[in-house]
Design a protein around this ligand. Structure first.
Ligand SMILES: *Cc1c(COP(=O)(O)O)cnc(C)c1O
Length: 464
C-alpha cells in the first residue's frame, strides 16, 4: 500500500475523542487540553507514516491513542520537581542556581501567610517594604543604603533608567558581555533608554579613555564584571577604585555590576572573585549583584551604595515593576542573617558545597557505591567540579565522582533524568559521571534506588 493510501486511514479528531481511552482522559483534563493532545498525536502519526515508521499492519487509531497517552504522561509529569544535581556544577542555571538554606525555607513558609511586609507593628501604619532586609544588607556590606529587586538584570535596567535615561553610558569594549540565555548586557542597557558610549578596545581600556569620553551627555560610567569568561594576556583596565575617582559632574554615577556578588573571600579554595565589600569600599556609587549566585539566596538583584542614589532609585516608577515578592524578602532576610552571623559556610548550601573538602566528597561517593547491587563494577574517581552559573569562569574544584561505563551513557543519563527523583549527571569520556560535590548525603538512598532499578538494563563497557 502506498503511503498516500495509508494516510486515508488516519482517524479524524472526533473519532479519536470518542474512543473510550480518550473519553476517560476528559474526566480529569479539560476538553481543550485533550483536543490539543489529539490533534498533535494525529499530526505525529501522519509524519511517522510518511517517514515509513509505522508498520503496515498496525492500526493508526491504536497508534494515535497510544501516542496521546504517552503525551499526557510527559506533559503532566513536566511540573517543577526536585532534581538531584550530580553535575558538580554548584550554581547550575538549568537547575535553578542556588539551593536555599533551611532557615530561608522556614522563613518563606512563614511569609507565605499574612505578614507584616508593609505594616509597622508598633504604630499600625504602613511601612516601607523590605526595610528590615535593607538594614541587614547595609550592615553586611558597609554601604549607606540598599535595595532589592527581582534579579540583577532588573537592577541594571533600574539604575540606568533612573539615573541616565536619554543620556550616555560609558562602558569598556572589553566588558560587553552576554550573560547566558542569549541575553547581551549592552542590549539590556539600551532597553533602559540609554545610549552606549563604548571606549577602549577588547583587551585594553585606560582610565584616560573613560575621562576623554565624558561630556555634557554623560549619565553614567559602568564597570561590568566578566563573570563567565576570562581575558588574559596583553590586557589592561582600570580598577573600580580608580574609576570611582574619575572627575565628573555630580549627576554622573559610577556603577559596578559585579554579577556574582561574592560576600566571602574564596581564595582559600583557589577561587578569585572580587567581593562586594571591596566594591563598596572602592567608592563606586552603586554596586549590583545577584541574590542567587555566590550570595546563596533567592533570585534577586541587590543594589548597595550611596544613600543619595539608592533613594533616587527607590522613588522611580520602574521600582514598582521590579519589586520583589514577600517570600523573596523572607529568604533574603534569612540568608543575609546567616552571612552576618558568620554561618554562611556552615548553612548556606552554595557556600557549603564550594567549601566541601575532596575527602568528604570521596566518602559520599564510596557510601553510594556500597548501596549499589553492582557496586564492585564501579569506580569512585577523581574529577573536577565548577562553580558555574555565570561566576568564576574556569574555576576548578577538586572532586570525586562515580564513573559508570556503560555502552550507552547518553541513554543512561536520560533514564536517570526520568527517575522518581530525577538525577542529572554528566557524560564525559563515553561514561556517565555522577559528581558528589553537589549531592547531599540525604539524597544517596534515592540515587541508589534509581541506579539499582535502571542499571540492569545496560551493558557494561568491557575494558580489554
Ligand atoms: C549574572 C549576571 C547578571 C544577571 O544577573 P541575573 O540575576 O541573572 O539577572 C548581570 N551582570 C553580570 C555581570 C552577571 O554576572
Amino acid at each position: 500500500m502506498s503511503q498516500t493510501q495509508r494516510l486515508r486511514d488516519l482517524p479524524a479528531v472526533n473519532e479519536v475523542l470518542q474512543h473510550v481511552t480518550v473519553d476517560n482522559l476528559r474526566q480529569a483534563h479539560s476538553h481543550a487540553r485533550v483536543t490539543e493532545w489529539t490533534r498533535s498525536s494525529i499530526q505525529s502519526c501522519r509524519e511517522s507514516v510518511l517517514a515509513g515508521k509505522v508498520a503496515s499492519e498496525q492500526s493508526l487509531l491504536d497508534w494515535v491513542i497510544h501516542d496521546i497517552v504517552a503525551r499526557k504522561e510527559r506533559e503532566v509529569g513536566r511540573s517543577l520537581q526536585s532534581v538531584i544535581n550530580a553535575t558538580g556544577v554548584v550554581l547550575h542555571t538549568n537547575l535553578g542556581r542556588s539551593p536555599l538554606a533551611d532557615r530561608a525555607l522556614e522563613r518563606i513558609q512563614m511569609a507565605s501567610r499574612y505578614t507584616n511586609v508593609e505594616l509597622d507593628l508598633e504604630t499600625g501604619r504602613r511601612s516601607k517594604r523590605g526595610e528590615h532586609v535593607m538594614r541587614l544588607l547595609t550592615q553586611l556590606t558597609g554601604a549607606e543604603a540598599a535595595l532589592v529587586v527581582n534579579n540583577c538584570a532588573a537592577a541594571t535596567v533600574l539604575v540606568l533608567q533612573a539615573t541616565a535615561a536619554g543620556r550616555e553610558v560609558i562602558v569598556s569594549r572589553g566588558q560587553l558581555v552576554e550573560i547566558g540565555g542569549g541575553f547581551r548586557l549592552p542590549e539590556v542597557f539600551q532597553s533602559s533608554g540609554v545610549r552606549l558610549r563604548e571606549v577602549g578596545t577588547t583587551n585594553r581600556t585606560y582610565l584616560r579613555d573613560y575621562e576623554a569620553a565624558i561630556n555634557d551627555q554623560t549619565g553614567a560610567i559602568i564597570r561590568v564584571h566578566r563573570s563567565n569568561f576570562h581575558l588574559s594576556g596583553f590586557v589592561t583596565e582600570p580598577s573600580i577604585d580608580e574609576m570611582a575617582l574619575i572627575e565628573r559632574p555630580e549627576d554622573v554615577i559610577v556603577i559596578d555590576d559585579l554579577g556574582s556578588g561574592c560576600i566571602n573571600e574564596l581564595s582559600e579554595f583557589g577561587l578569585h572573585e572580587p567581593t562586594v565589600l571591596e566594591s563598596v569600599r572602592s567608592g563606586a556609587d552603586v554596586t549590583l549583584f545577584s541574590g542567587d549566585k555566590l550570595f546563596g539566596g533567592p533570585q534577586a538583584g541587590i543594589l548597595v551604595g550611596k544613600a543619595r542614589w539608592i533613594e533616587q532609585l527607590s522613588r522611580h516608577p520602574l521600582m514598582r515593576a521590579v519589586r520583589v515578592d514577600k517570600m523573596t524578602l523572607a529568604a533574603m532576610e534569612a540568608t543575609t542573617e546567616l552571612h552576618l552571623e558568620g554561618r554562611a559556610f556552615a548553612e548556606i548550601p552554595t557556600l557549603k558545597r564550594i567549601a566541601s573538602s575532596a575527602d568528604v566528597i570521596e566518602q559520599r561517593g564510596r557510601a553510594l557505591r556500597e548501596m549499589l547491587v553492582q557496586g564492585e563494577r564501579l569506580h569512585v574517581v577523581e574529577c573536577e567540579s565548577q562553580v558555574g552559573g555565570g561566576s568564576i569562569p574556569g574555576s576548578c574544584l577538586p572532586s570525586f565522582g562515580l564513573q559508570i561505563q556503560v555502552t550507552q551513557p547518553d541513554r543512561l543519563a536520560a533514564e536517570l533524568r526520568r527517575a522518581d527523583t530525577p538525577i542529572h549527571g554528566r557524560v564525559t569520556d563515553d561514561a556517565l559521571l555522577l559528581d558528589f560535590r553537589t549531592v547531599a548525603d540525604e539524597e544517596l538512598p534515592a540515587m541508589a534506588a534509581a541506579l539499582n532499578a535502571i542499571l540492569p538494563g545496560f551493558a557494561w563497557v568491557v575494558t580489554p
